[in-house]
Design a protein around this ligand. Structure first.
Ligand SMILES: *[C@@H]1O[C@H](CO)[C@@H](O)[C@H](O)[C@H]1NC(C)=O
Ligand SMILES: *[C@@H]1O[C@H](CO)[C@@H](O)[C@H](O)[C@H]1NC(C)=O
Ligand SMILES: *[C@@H]1O[C@H](CO)[C@@H](O)[C@H](O)[C@H]1NC(C)=O
Length: 312
């Protein structure tokens, strides 16, 4: 082979390599005999996988857009959160329908809704001018100055000596009871190692996604079910203004801390994050969906004055 043709071949190979790196690989979806599908490493062995995966429509540049300020020097978890940890964590739930249910619009909306909760709960944007208050999601990965020990007496999940149960994670987890319960759910011993949620971003997202995919009570929807409307509200639900939509996800996750109190700030801030992400993802806030707020909703599970553990 002449020098020229070798150079040409080398050039061609570089070009091919560039194409394969730059273009989104079209993931091959394999239909299985039982009607389920495998869609690459992200989604395996369920009907939900037949429609593709989250990285088909939500890519690293979009994550960077949504959480643009998280690595600014004044942020509190610089270098901690990244796209990969979100996608890896989501692989535990994509086959169950997270980000893979319905048409493309619904799939994108669910990711925006979940991340809207995350952004609102981890923002340090209040009073910060640069980029506006909504640009500062994923600024924290743990509570900065815990005001209490978050330890409540519990037989199943007793507090472990030396462990602290202050808020940590993408949708912060508080209290020994919640660390224990969620740890059981994701099969990681968070009761003994609550610190994992501020050390490992994949686990932090996984814990939040577990909450998103899990009902809090019998015959109640998970936030996922309430959002994609895999749920038929009962007469009671309807009478108490609980319907499918973003509002019900707040009701399930935060109960009367946020819902049933009119248009209070903590609720509005959460809605604003969801809508900001819809805009940035190119869907636009006009796609927010019905029942966006929970201002009039009675809580599914009212918090009782004691034990306080029920509050989060
Ligand atoms: C797959 O996509 C189609 C068309 O967008 C949608 O109607 C259907 O509900 C989706 N299937 C699942 C299992 O989400
Ligand atoms: C974080 O947790 C994930 C999921 O358990 C695990 O695969 C990964 O190795 C952990 N990362 C680190 C740096 O420990
Ligand atoms: C419906 O609400 C009523 C009154 O609050 C209550 O007594 C009843 O048990 C509820 N029914 C269901 C199925 O939750």
């Amino acid at each position: 082979m002449g020098l020229k043709s070798m150079a040409a071949l080398a050039l061609l190979m570089v070009a091919l390599l560039a194409v394969s790196v730059l273009s989104t690989p079209d993931i091959e979806i394999k239909k299985l005999k039982n009607g389920n599908c495998d869609a690459g490493w992200e989604c395996c062995g369920s009907k939900s996988c037949c429609n593709g995966t989250i990285s088909d429509y939500f890519q690293v540049y979009q994550f960077e857009n949504l959480f643009a300020k998280r690595n600014y020097p004044i942020a509190h978890a610089v270098g901690f959160w990244d796209y990969r940890s979100f996608i890896v964590a989501s692989t535990f739930y994509q086959h169950l329908g997270f980000g893979t249910t319905g048409d493309k619009k619904m799939k994108m909306k669910e990711v925006a809704a979940f991340l809207g909760h995350v952004g609102a709960k981890t923002s340090c944007g209040y009073g910060v001018a640069t980029g506006g208050p909504l640009a500062w999601g994923l600024c924290y990965n743990h509570e900065m100055s815990p005001s209490q020990s978050y330890c409540t007496e519990n037989l199943k999940y007793p507090c472990v000596d030396g462990a602290d149960y202050y808020g940590r994670g993408a949708i912060p987890v508080y209290w020994n009871t919640n660390y224990g319960r969620i740890g059981d759910g994701i099969k990681i011993d968070l009761l003994h190692h609550p610190e994992y949620l501020e050390q490992n971003a994949t686990l932090a997202f996984q814990a939040a996604l577990y909450e998103w995919m899990t009902p809090k009570g019998k015959k109640q929807p998970s936030p996922h079910d309430a959002f994609v409307c895999n749920w038929k509200p009962t007469k009671n639900d309807t009478a108490e203004h609980r319907q499918c939509g973003f509002g019900a996800t707040m009701n399930i996750l935060y109960s009367d801390l946020i819902c049933g109190q009119g248009f209070i700030d903590p609720m509005n801030v959460m809605i604003s994050h969801y809508q900001y992400y819809l805009d940035l993802m190119g869907l636009g806030r006009e796609e927010s969906g019905d029942n966006l707020d929970c201002a009039l909703q009675k809580p599914f599970n009212p918090t009782t004055p004691s034990p306080p553990a029920a509050a989060s």
